[in-house]
Design a protein around this ligand. Structure first.
Ligand code: 8YV
Length: 327
């Protein structure tokens, strides 16, 4: 009998077809509105799951899912997983890193440039019929080339952004991270390690690329925003909750900082109403990795993990590999 797999939300039909050659697949191609109860009930009927990075897998869920052996996130972020709980329950967790690094770094830069150079504000100006004549001081923005880039969270995506800044835009790159990179890695992305306060004080553009956890909740709040330059921009392509959105909206509306670019939000898909009032913020709906090729690669990597696990007891990108070696 084939193992039984649930795919929590719509994904590319070719990935479903591929999964069907290995598994009995329950696909949800019509995007169900899961509640914690319906999700737990559905998951409990399966041996494995392909999840999108938002469905909770914690002690409460796992207690009801006796058959479950693996959850493969299609995302690199895995804050929907309680990994220690999964390890306790003997359930393998996998994520989908690497394949989205360059695409997401591109998007971080797109938001940085759009915020600094007021791209969406300028477009709204034209669409509102306000452009009557050209003037020298129209919509002045902040320079990107030659400025100082501050990156908080220096994993794969942070390093890819650093390279874009240093090599493409001649930026001075500062970073802050839980652990310092090797001298070799620092040299490769031409980045200097500094404390968080120094980074916030010195950077012209601050980009957030750190994973969400209790420890990174509100990494940027009122106190941190107060350290930033009034000409600075802030970009969040990491996770909602890393920025205190209410405090950021206040800083934008009072011009305490110049601009922001946000792809992720606290409580998304809801967006803080004061952010919607601010004209100096570029808002996008969590599309950092969204090119078809990248999202397809992410889906195939999640499928690779499921296939490797059930075929050979291995995984390509395990988060708790100790589960694989347990008797
Ligand atoms: C995903 C992301 O597309 O990979 C991540 O962690 O934030 C995005 O690239 C999204 O989370 C899928 O749900």
């Amino acid at each position: 009998m084939k193992p039984s797999i649930i795919v929590s939300r719509p994904i590319y039909p070719e990935v479903i077809e591929r999964l069907r050659t290995h598994f009995d697949v329950t696909a949800h191609q019509t995007d169900p509105e899961w509640t914690p109860q319906t999700w737990t009930q559905a998951l409990s009927q399966h041996d494995g799951a392909l999840t999108m990075g938002i469905e909770p897998v914690n002690d409460t869920v796992l207690a009801a899912c006796k058959r479950l052996r693996i959850c493969a996130n299609l995302s690199v972020g895995y804050n929907n997983f309680d990994v220690p709980a999964m390890t306790r329950h003997g359930v393998l967790a996998t994520n989908a890193p690497d394949v989205l690094t360059e695409t997401t770094a591109d998007f971080g830069f797109a938001l940085l440039m759009a915020a600094a150079r007021r791209v969406t504000e300028a477009e709204r100006y034209i669409r509102a019929g306000q452009w009557q004549k050209w003037t020298l001081d129209m919509l002045p923005g902040m320079a990107v080339h030659g400025s100082t880039l501050g990156i908080i969270g220096m994993g794969r995506i942070g390093q890819a952004i650093a390279k874009r800044g240093a090599l493409g835009f001649g930026m001075r790159v500062l970073y802050h991270n839980r652990s310092r990179l090797s001298a070799e890695a620092e040299a490769e992305c031409r980045a200097s390690y500094v404390s968080k306060p120094s980074l916030l004080q010195e950077a012209d553009h601050v980009v957030l690329v750190l994973p969400y956890s209790q420890a990174s909740h509100h990494t940027i709040g009122a106190a941190e925003l107060a350290l930033m330059k009034p000409t600075a921009t802030l970009v969040n392509i990491a996770r909602g909750g890393i920025v205190d959105d209410a405090a950021l909206a206040k800083a934008l509306l009072t011009r305490q900082i110049a601009a922001a670019g946000l792809d992720v939000f606290e409580g998304e898909p809801s967006v803080h109403p004061d952010l919607l009032k601010a004209t100096n913020v570029v808002l996008t709906p969590h599309i950092g990795s969204s090119t078809r090729a990248t999202r397809l690669a992410m889906a195939h990597l999640a499928a690779d993990n499921l296939v490797a696990f059930f075929d050979s007891g291995t995984a390509v990108t395990p988060l708790n590999p100790e589960v694989l070696t347990r008797p």
